[in-house]
Design a protein around this ligand. Structure first.
Ligand code: CA
Length: 233
């Protein structure tokens, strides 16, 4: 999952970036409203953390512009502790949640997980596909109750696919959501990761859709479907 952090206070911005990266997010950063608006308008984020008091363009205006342009990513605003009017203005401008400063990183991470899974249409923190269970809180994956050890990158990939189960997800989309802006992206590495995850899970839940990408689906025990069978894109 890839998030945008918009915060002009350098220490807090650094804490946010470190905390989010440590929790497995690809993180982009904008120090002012103009940069924030540009990035949110052009890059596909799974969520945005948006401070309201910003140089050049304030957070509420940035948010209004995004929503007017049809940008639908979940947005969590950071507000001053006592400013109820900030919260109202932010939520009315299209924010999905807010957090008052100062806050605990654990609370921010929990709110972010909830926003991301809600926006992908999931109410439960545990995502399920056939025998595979992914717990978004603990970042643990099990197959038929047995724990599977995935690397951070493998987990990110599976988590994105499980959040978007049933949808065809292209390699480009995966690349855009697993890596930050500065990462040297190579969509071929996605295929390598997909194959590693398939091998570790040992069940066929990631199918290759020829020429389009990947689709997570319940394995069909009757047919013994090989997810590599229609490879060749
Ligand atoms: Ca500020």
């Amino acid at each position: 999952m890839r998030v945008l952090v918009v915060e002009d206070e350098p220490d807090l911005a650094r804490q946010l970036q470190e905390g989010l990266a440590g929790a497995g997010y690809a993180v982009d950063y904008a120090p002012d409203g103009e940069e924030a608006h540009f990035l949110g308008d052009t890059e596909p984020y799974d969520a945005v953390i948006l401070d309201l008091g910003l140089p050049i363009l304030d957070g509420v205006s940035v948010l209004e512009k995004w929503r007017k342009a049809g940008r639908e990513m979940p947005v969590l605003i950071l507000t001053a502790r006592d400013s109820w009017s900030d919260k109202v203005a932010g939520l009315d401008a299209g924010a999905d949640d807010y957090l008052a400063k100062p806050f605990k990183m654990e609370e921010l991470l929990a709110r972010l997980r909830a926003l991301i899974r809600r926006s992908a249409g999931h109410a439960s923190p545990e995502l399920e596909c056939g025998p595979v269970l992914l717990d978004t809180r603990s970042s643990k994956v099990t197959v038929d109750g047995t724990a599977v050890r995935l690397t951070a990158q493998e987990f990110k990939l599976l988590s994105y696919l499980m959040h978007h189960a049933g949808k065809v997800v292209s390699r480009t989309e995966l690349t855009e959501h697993l890596y930050d802006q500065d990462f040297d992206r190579d969509s071929n590495t996605i295929e390598v990761f997909v194959n590693r995850v398939r091998k570790k899970l040992g069940v066929n839940i990631i199918a290759t859709v020829r020429g389009m990408g990947y689709q997570l689906a319940n394995p069909d025990p009757g047919t013994g479907t090989d997810p590599d069978a229609n490879k060749g894109d």
